[in-house]
Design a protein around this ligand. Structure first.
Ligand code: SF4
Length: 64
């Protein structure tokens, strides 16, 4: 199964990833991004990848 790599130093908390895939990405009250899954289930893979693609600072990578 695929995993998501988050570069916390890059993430600026814009939340675009969360808008696209709230099942996977969530900003907490301090605008810190939380990953809601350790491994991406197949049915959410396309959304996980779409969320990673829209990140303006390329802080997300989906590793398969
Ligand atoms: S879109 Fe990128 S910068 Fe914005 S919260 Fe998600 S990972 Fe962080």
């Amino acid at each position: 199964m695929s995993r998501i790599e988050l570069d916390r130093d890059r993430c600026e908390g814009h939340g675009l990833c969360e808008e696209i895939a709230p099942e996977i990405y969530r900003l907490d009250d301090d605008a810190e991004l939380e990953l809601l899954v350790d491994e991406v289930p197949p049915e959410l893979l396309a959304k996980a990848e779409a969320g990673a693609r829209v990140c303006p600072v390329a802080a997300l990578r989906v590793l398969s």
